[in-house]
Ligand binder design. Structure first.
Ligand code: NAP
Length: 443
């Protein structure tokens, strides 16, 4: 089998394969020399507890050469769809969502207006962001969106230097946070508190901020009749609303930084000449079906920086079918469909590339189990199997001059980062530059 993508979806797929077909051989490809996908490069650095899921995910590689990690291999250039179909019995695409949605409003491309993904890549030490710098010079900052990524970004922006120093961010990121002038972060949700996408655990994390507090306007928490019905039957929503109410009633404690959660407002224009100077917000009214309409009442918020955090989006893979409208690889229960809606042979999909960018890490477990179950059922019905000798794929990569890495290389880089962290009393210090990652991974 070939699995493309070593994030949670790909590695849960490997574990599912091994559990049901113990003798199976699997090659896991990733464009980075590191495994774990969004656990390493998406889960916020101040959430090391969630990152400990790597202990579960790494078990996929506890099988010697039966499961190989082939890092720093780009799908579409270093290895192509046709190569995988030639050399493997089945391919599982687990490539996640590499892009992000835009707001589509004037001013969105002004300097100072950024995608949350770029910021997350940067503070997570993703090599794609190695050349990027975020000068946190603005005191007033907005984050648009009401999902968990928006909460992560807002929370990271108000963390004290001491808190950031207890995470695994690269040194230059820590330095930028030490110089940060951010005092107020405005989280802008276009719908109401009951429609917000964030989960209670992530909202609760706002209570643990050393030097920041949450501000909620009581008038934003007026619920409609339909909202009341929804929260009566949904414990997560009830918990969210009661936490928000507590913040709305609480007196400010005089902490240095604040997160203002604003509901029922949409940005309609980002203001500024050469850089972001503010955002024009329109007040929304909630409709009975949970959607909103603009009320024609506007407010200007002066800002120096704005992050859009309105959802990730899968991007097409070279030569692989793609459903543009749904931004996913088209499939039927994980079996990839071609442009005519027919099943392709030997191609499967799991994770965000299959269901869109939703759910938490654990959601990928059942998602991958469904895909693998169908994959194995299809294989059982086949008359013949691929007899490619495992060395042929490595020879192919060698012939193309691909600088691929293996699991031992990753363990070496992992150990190096942990040792760097130990010297500073931190869980690890990430190396954000690809060339350095490759060199260190080879000792
Ligand atoms: P998300 O949960 O889909 O939230 C996107 C937010 O953007 C929604 O509030 C959405 O509002 C809003 N939005 C979309 N278009 C907008 C527009 N044009 N203007 C204003 N607002 C707009 O996406 P996400 O936050 O990127 O998270 C992705 C997934 O990762 C989620 O499943 C999340 O739970 C998960 N995640 C989990 C954790 C964790 O467990 N710790 C951390 C980070 C991410 P509407 O609802 O009105 O569309």
């Amino acid at each position: 089998m070939a699995v493309v993508g070593a994030g949670p979806a790909g590695l849960y797929a490997v574990q599912s394969l091994l559990a049901s077909a113990p003798g199976i051989g699997v090659d896991v490809f990733d464009r980075l020399p590191t495994p774990y996908g969004l656990v390493r490069y998406g889960v916020a650095p101040d959430n090391q507890k969630i990152k400990s899921v790597t202990r579960v995910l790494r078990a996929a590689f506890d099988h010697g050469n039966q499961v190989r990690f082939l890092g720093n291999v780009r799908f579409g250039t270093d290895i192509k769809r046709a190569d995988l179909l030639e050399h493997y019995d089945a391919v599982v695409y687990a490539t996640g969502a590499q892009g992000e949605r835009r707001l589509g409003i004037p001013g969105e491309d002004l300097p100072g207006s950024c995608g949350a993904k770029d910021f997350v890549d940067w503070y997570s030490g993703h090599p794609d962001a190695a050349d990027r710098d975020f000068l946190l010079n603005a005191t007033q900052v907005a984050v648009v969106g009401a999902g968990n990524v928006a909460l992560d970004v807002a929370r990271m922006l108000v963390r004290s230097p001491g808190e950031i120093a207890s995470t695994d961010v690269p040194d230059r990121v820590l330095d930028a946070f030490r110089k940060s002038r951010v005092s107020d972060v405005h989280l802008i949700a276009r719908r109401g508190p009951v429609q917000a996408k964030f989960t209670p655990e992530e909202l609760r994390a706002m209570n643990d901020l050393a030097d920041a507090e949450v501000v909620v306007r009581p008038e934003d928490l007026v619920l409609t009749k339909e909202d009341e019905i929804r929260i009566a039957s949904n414990r997560n929503l009830r918990t969210n609303v009661s936490m928000l109410r507590e913040w709305a009633e609480r007196q400010l404690r005089g902490k240095a930084r604040r997160i203002h959660i604003r509901f029922l407002q949409s940005p309609v224009r980002i203001l500024g000449e050469d850089t972001v100077e503010g955002v024009l917000l329109e007040r929304n009214a909630l409709l009975a079906d949970g959607r909103v309409r603009g009320t024609g009442s506007f407010e200007t918020l002066a800002l120096g920086m704005i992050f859009r955090s309105v959802g990730y989006q899968a991007l097409p893979l070279p030569d692989v079918p793609f459903d543009e409208a749904g931004s996913i690889i088209p499939h039927s229960e994980g079996r990839v469909l071609n442009e005519n809606g027919r099943l392709t042979e030997g191609e499967y999909v799991t994770g965000w590339a299959k269901r869109g960018p939703c759910g938490v890490i654990g959601t990928n477990k059942s998602d991958s189990a469904e895909t693998v179950c169908n994959l194995l059922a299809d294989l059982a019905g086949r008359d013949s199997y691929n007899d490619t000798e495992p060395g042929r794929v490595l020879a192919l990569l060698d012939n193309r001059g691909v600088d691929y890495t293996n699991w031992v290389n990753w363990l070496r880089l992992d150990d190096h980062e942990i040792q760097l962290g130990r010297r500073q009393g931190r869980p690890r210090v990430k190396i954000p530059v690809l060339r350095a990652m490759l060199d260190l991974s080879r000792g």
